[in-house]
Ligand binder design. Structure first.
Ligand code: KPL
Length: 299
């Protein structure tokens, strides 16, 4: 299998959008859906900012062929269980990029695949599932990929960077992940609990105040964790994202609306675990975490 061949695990909106973008650029893509589609190929329809139709080959995750390159777009809590289903197909040279939201799932992989050294990625592209399997490409954005301790892009990264709209190697991927995590932490739980679009967090004074308080707590935890530079100007950046994505329903609100488990344990929960480790208190984040968990349990 060549360097231009990618398997995709996690076939939700983002997995499908990336599969379409790679395929459109001429790379070979094989989908690994959790449930087998009816035909020999899986149809992907993209609409919105880009439009295309694809019929892509798929395999069952527990098939036997080797996987050379794997992009993982599962929910954060599914990263380790999903990787376990393809573990037997990965070998020492396999390249794996984890693209889930939040942080903390890479550590969980150590029990499933202790020798695996995955790259980590984060995306600001936006995509949502519509009815009938159609994916709405809702936002242009940047794909950042990196490996802790690997400052320069390895050779295998070039075809991926060429194929995707704006894909960069990050010399400090942990800083990029912390930045995205902090933004999600300040926006997602509040929008999910108040059932509101992102923009309302800037328009309703009581919510805007809470966003500010959350940002200050998150920044304090990040400072203790050695990520002060990554989160410089966090509050300003969060309000910029709120304005730029004003009409969006956050991914956590979408999870709530669809009755799915949220990724709170890998967003606010990760910040709280770091807070505990460094002896910092983060009462407003803790209250939101509790409120989200209570809603999930009640649902
Ligand atoms: O990433 C997002 C999410 O919803 O998960 C934001 C940036 C908040 C945009 O909706």
């Amino acid at each position: 299998m060549s360097a231009s061949h990618w398997h995709i695990l996690g076939c939700g909106a983002m997995g499908r959008l990336y599969a379409a973008q790679l395929s459109r650029a001429g790379l070979k893509v094989v989908l690994l859906p959790r449930t087998a589609p009816s035909g020999a190929a899986m149809a992907i329809d993209i609409t919105g900012l880009s439009a295309s139709h694809h019929a892509l080959p798929w395999e069952s995750p527990d098939a036997s062929g080797p996987i050379q390159q794997l992009l993982v777009f599962t929910k954060a809590y599914d990263v380790a269980p999903a990787l376990a289903t393809v573990r037997h197909r990965l070998h020492d040279d396999s390249r794996v990029i984890l693209m889930a939201n939040g942080m903390g799932y890479a550590e969980e992989l150590r029990t499933v695949a202790p020798a695996l050294r995955p790259a980590l990625g984060t995306s600001t592209q936006g995509a949502h599932r519509q009815g009938d399997g159609v994916v709405l490409h809702a936002g242009h954005g940047i794909t950042r990929v990196g490996m802790p301790g690997v400052p320069h892009a390895p050779d295998w990264f070039a075809p991926l960077a060429d194929a995707l709209p704006d894909c960069r190697w990050e010399s400090d991927i942990n800083a990029a992940l912390w930045r995205k995590l902090a933004i999600n932490c300040a926006i997602n739980p509040l929008t999910a609990l108040h059932n509101c679009a992102n923009g309302e967090l800037g328009e309703r004074p009581e919510l805007a105040t809470q966003v500010g308080e959350l940002c200050r707590e998150i920044a304090a935890v990040a400072r203790a964790a050695g990520q002060a530079a990554a989160l410089e100007g966090l509050e300003t950046q969060v309000f910029e994202v709120i304005r730029a994505t004003a009409a969006n329903r956050s991914s956590m609100l979408q999870d709530f609306s669809a009755g799915r488990r949220s990724e709170i344990d890998y967003i606010t929960g990760f910040v709280l675990r770091q807070a505990l480790q460094f002896g910092i208190s983060a009462p407003r984040n803790e209250a939101l975490w509790r409120a989200v968990k209570a809603r999930e349990t009640a649902a």
